[in-house]
Design a protein around this ligand. Sequence first.
Ligand code: GDP
Ligand code: MN
Length: 379
Amino acid sequence: MKIHEYQAKEIFAAYGIPVPRERVASKPSETASLARELGMPVVIKAQVLVGGRGKAGGVKKVESPDQVEAVAGSILGMDIKGLKVNKVLVSECVDIKGEAYVGIIVDRATRAPVLMASSAGGVEIEEVAKATPEKILKVAIDPAAGLLGFQARNAGMALYGDAKLAREFAGIAQKLYRIFVQKDCSLIEINPLVKLGSGSLLALDAKINFDDNADFRHKEWDEMRDLSAEEPTEVEAKAAGLTYIKLSGNVGCVVNGAGLAMATMDLIKRYGGEPANFLDVGGSSSPEKMVTAMRIILSDPNVKAILINIFGGITRCDDIATGLLHAQERAEIKVPLVARLTGTNAEKAREILKGSAVTPAETMSEAVRKAVSLAGGVA
Ligand code: GDP
Ligand code: MN
C-alpha cells in the first residue's frame, strides 16, 4: 500500500526527522491563506501515488501570493501517469545547497533490509541507479542488530565527507530504519534529502510503501488509504477477494493459485504471447467471484482473448463454469474464451460449458497456445 508524501512526512515528523513547514489542500481556494501563513515563496506539489511528479509538471515554485490559487488550480485535476491529482501540498520554499538520496528496502539477495544512499539525489536517481550504480552506496542491515550507529555514520561520511553532517545523516537514517520496522514498510525513501543554506539536513520529499501482508496489525492504515488515488480495477479486485495486477499484454488470465498464475504467465510468454494481467481467484471461488473477475479483465481494452486455467482442489470447476456463463449472460463478451478446467468436478464443468462459446482445452499448453493465437499472438 502506498501513501502520499504529506502522510509520509507526518510520520517523519512524529519520529523527529526534519521536514519543511507545509499544509495539504484539496481546493485552490484553500491554498492562498496557507501560503500567506507559510510565507512566500512557496512550492506547490501534486499528491499522487506515483513517482516523477516534478518532471511531469506537478511541482511548481510560486513567488507571488496572487498566483498561488491559479497554480494550485492548474495542478489539481492534472493527470499524472493516469492518476488524477486530488490534493496538493503547499510547502515553504527552502534554500537548497545539495540534494542526496536515502532509502531502505528489503534486498532479496541478502534477505535483509538494505540502506541505500547517494550524494547524487534529486529527480534523476533512477538514471543514476541505471547508468552509474557505483554512485549508490548500499549498507546491509542485520535485522537482529538493526542499523548500527557506525554503519549510518560511515554512510554519512561517504556522502558528505564532514563529521557534523555525517552525524546528522546517521540520526535521520536510524529514524528511517525505526519507521521501516515499526510501521511494517516495504520501502521508505527521502529524495531529495537536502542540505540547506544553514548547513543542516531536511527531508524535502518522502515516500513510504507499507507491506500489505502486515495490514492485520495496522488498523490505522484503513484511514490512510486513498482509494481514489489507486488503480480502480485493483481496488475492486481486492474488495472481491481477488488478487489482480494489471499488465500490458493482450491475453487476459483467470487462474487459481499464485503459483499456477505465475506458471501460466510464463507459458504465455513461452508461446510468444503477452499476459494482460495476473489474476488469482483464490481458493474457494464462487460464481460471483468469476463474474467480477471477468468484468475487471474486460475493462482493459487491450485484452483480445481470455484464458481460464483452473486446477480444481478446493476451487470447484463447476463453480467456475457457472460463473463464466453468468458473466456471459450479464455482459456481451466480445473476446474469445479458452478454458482448461481440471480437478474437482471437471466433468460437471464440461457439461455446463457444452454448447457455450467457451473453447475447451485439455492441457495447460494446449489452452495457452489457443489463447495466444486467438489473441493474435504467435503460438
Ligand atoms: P518529485 O519530482 O516527485 O520527486 O518531487 P520532489 O518533491 O522531490 O521535488 C522535485 C525537485 O523540485 C527537488 O529535487 C528540488 O530540486 C525541487 N524543489 C522542491 N521543493 C523545493 C524547494 O522548496 N526549494 C527549491 N529550491 N527547490 C525545490
Ligand atoms: Mn522526489
